[in-house]
Design a protein around this ligand. Structure first.
Ligand code: HXC
Ligand code: NAP
Length: 266
């Protein structure tokens, strides 16, 4: 199935690497004007060049999602250039494996500030700039949002909050014709997240073993779900938390927590 996003405007927060970059590229290939935001200017520049090479109109902003004023300024600039957002994807996140007592209070706070507060910042600043009715907001969550995992108290707490931002946003903004959903990737090939959580061949094999479909997912498979959620095909879907994970969230993801512990020597 192919989607036509010609004339549509898409903003991807955290869209300069990994899964979110795959999402940004998919919207660009489908014809959208795409804006991205992340901290590092060189990643932003490389992404904008890659999106333009796909034939899309594109722009990007270096900003930290923990800085509300910077996020708001970037969103307003993108809105000024490309117009109201048809689709907003919020996926900036941080992760490292650490026991609850093996990290400082500031380490826990850093992840909550990026994942949860950052998501709120992006949605709060984007809300007045979204197309209404018809806009679609997609938060990139993780299985940690509903499955407790060893060495992931910070991420589990933050991503559980992200899914509640999704649900409450769907409640409050549904009457405006704005939809809010979470996409929950499983373990995705070649990403920073899985490099951090399963850095060795043994760990990678353990992950694959824990997935009912016995393979890593591809960023393009997450992007496909986002293309659908942003389209009229999903016009009555809001407040949903949708795993795209080969069945990992059915239980395998939690069992892998022991793996994170061994890998980190905890
Ligand atoms: C314990 C750690 C740590 C570690 C950092 N800290 N790494 N503590 N174990 N491995 C502590 C630091 O000592 C510091 O605490 C605090 O965390 C903040 O660290 P900084 O480096 O100063 O923060 P910052 O530069 O803001 O970086 C944020 C970060 C970093 C989250 C720590 O890793 C980052 O920028 N990550 C972005 C990329 C990323 O993580 N991508 C993967 C996303 S995957 P003190 O007390 O010393 O000040 C994902 C889910 C994957 O989200 C799910 C797969 C299933
Ligand atoms: P990634 O490549 O590290 O992507 C994170 C993106 O967010 C980058 O563009 C990064 O760019 C940006 N970012 C990080 N901190 C930021 C901040 N404070 N402010 C602004 N931008 C920031 O990671 P990934 O593994 O592809 O993960 C992408 C998303 O998928 C995350 O939400 C993650 O939780 C989720 N997820 C991943 C997996 C997986 O298998 N990898 C599984 C489940 C869920 P800068 O460094 O330039 O800021």
């Amino acid at each position: 199935m192919s989607f036509d996003y010609s004339g549509k405007t898409v903003f991807v927060a955290g869209g300069t690497s990994g899964i979110n970059l795959g999402v940004a590229k998919a919207f660009a290939k489908a014809g959208a004007r795409v804006s991205v935001l992340s901290r590092r200017q060189e990643k932003v520049n490389a992404t904008v060049a890659a999106l333009k090479a796909l034939g899309a109109e594109a722009n990007g902003y270096a900003a930290d999602v923990r800085d509300y004023a910077a996020v708001e300024a970037a969103l307003q600039a993108a809105h000024g250039q490309f117009g109201a957002f048809d689709v907003l994807v919020s996926g900036a996140a941080g992760n490292f494996p650490a026991k609850a007592t093996g990290m400082s209070a500031n380490a826990f706070k850093s992840v909550v500030d990026i994942d949860l507060l950052g998501t709120y910042h992006v949605l709060r600043a984007a809300h007045p700039l979204m197309k209404k009715p018809g806009g679609s907001i997609i938060n990139i969550s993780a299985p940690q949002a509903f499955l407790p995992m060893n060495m992931q108290m910070h991420v589990c707490s933050a991503k559980a909050g992200v899914d509640m931002v999704t649900r409450v946003g769907a409640l409050e903004w549904g009457s405006e014709g704005l939809r809010v959903n979470s996409v929950v990737p499983g373990p995705i090939e070649g990403t920073e997240g899985m490099e951090r959580l399963a850095p060795t061949e043994g760990a990678r094999k353990a992950v694959i073993d824990s997935v009912p479909m016995k393979r890593y997912g591809q960023a393009s498979e997450i992007a496909d779900c986002c293309l659908w959620l942003g389209s009229d095909m999903a016009a009555y879907v809001t407040g949903a938390v949708i795993p795209v994970d080969g069945g990992w969230a059915l239980g395998g993801a939690t069992s892998l927590g022991q793996g994170f512990e061994q890998l980190a020597g905890g």
